[in-house]
Design a protein around this ligand. Sequence first.
Ligand code: GLA
Length: 395
Amino acid sequence: MNIQKNYMVGFAIMLFASLNIQCKGNQKEEKSTEVTDTQKMEIATIEKTAFGTTPEGESVDKYTLKNQKGMEVAIITYGGIITSLKVPNKDNVYEDVVLGYDSLAKYTKSSPYFGAIIGRYGNRIAKGKFSLDGKEYKLATNDGPNHLHGGAKGFDKVVWTAVAIKGDSTASLKLTYLSKDLEEGYPGNLKAVVTYTLTNDNVLEVLYEATTDKKTIVNLTQHSYFNLSANFSKTILDHEIAINADTFIPVDATLIPTGKLTDVTNTPFDFRAAKVIGKDIEAKDDQLKKGLGYDHCWILNNQNEGFKLAASAYHPESGRLLEIYSDEPGIQFYTGNFLDGTLPSKTGGTYAHRTGFCLETQHYPDSPNQKYFPSTVLNPGEKYTSKTSFKFSVK
Ligand code: GLA
C-alpha cells in the first residue's frame, strides 16, 4: 500500500516536472526541473492539445491552465478564445461558467464573439469611419451602418502565436498577433500581445499590450459570456450585478453614443448597489428598448485610482462571486440579448435568450469620433497597456 502511495507521489512529481513545458509555435522545448514536495504544492500546470484546423488550413491548439486549487481555464489559439473556465461553487464543486462550443468548426462557422479577444477596436465605430491627422480611414460596416469589434476578420478570428509560461505559482499563456498595416482598414503594423495568467487565488488576469509603427487606434477587450450557475439552459436574470459607475453612455438606435452622458440615479442603469439583472431589464425605458436589454458602456468611478474594482456578479444559488478589476475607464455590460436559441450549447441543446452576460472592460464606444471621450490613439514609440482581472470566490 505504502509502496504504491510513494510510487503515486513520485509519478505526480514527474508529471508536474514534465509539464513545465515552454511551447513556442510548433516548437516544443521541454525543461526538466527538480521539484520538491513544498514546491509541488505551489505548482500550476499547463497542458497543450490540438484543437483542429481552420478552413484556411491553420492548426489551432488548446492550452489548459490549472492552478493548485483546481481552477482551470482552457484557451485556444484561434481568437485567444476562452473555451471553458471551471471555478468552484460554495460546495467546492468546479464547473464551467462560460458559454462556448465544443469544436473549432462551430467557432469558425458562427460565433457571437464567445470568449474571444476583441480588437483592434472593441465596440462600435460610427459608420465605420474615423480620421487621424486629417486622413480618413474606412473600416468594415459589420453591424448595421457601423463597425463592430474589429470588423469582418477581427482579433477574434485570427490564429495567435502562443507561448506557455510557468511561474512558481502561476500559469500564463502569452498570445501574440501581428496585424498588418491596413488590415481591416486600420493604419499601422500593430503588434498585439495578450497574456492570460491564472493565479492560485483564483484570479484570471488579462494583460493587453500593443505597439505600432504608424499612428493608429486601439481598444482591446475580452468577450466571455458568463453564466455563474454553470447551467447554460438557465437565464442569467437571477445574477446580482454591481457596477461601480455613477454615469452611463446613452446610445442612438444603432447603439452609437449620442455624445451625452446620463446619471444612473433613478434609472434601470443604477447598479451602484448590487441588483438582480432581471429586476429592471423589462422596464419601459428608451435606452433598454434601443439595447434590447442592457448593451451599454458605463463610465467607471475612481478613474484616478488606476486599477480598481469595476464590477461584480454574484449568483446566490451557487454562491459564485466574480469581481472584475481594471484600469480601463469603461465597462460594457451586455445581457446576451441577441442569443436566440439557434446556437448549439457545449452541454447539449442551444443557447437561449439571455443565458450569458458579458462585462467587457474598455475605452468608450466610438471614441475616435467623440471629441470629449478619452483618446484611443496609439503613436509609434508608445506602448498600449491595459489590465483586467477576473477574480472568482464564493460567498
Ligand atoms: C457586444 C455588443 C453587442 C453584441 C455583442 C455580440 O457586446 O455591444 O451589441 O454585438 O457584442 O453579439
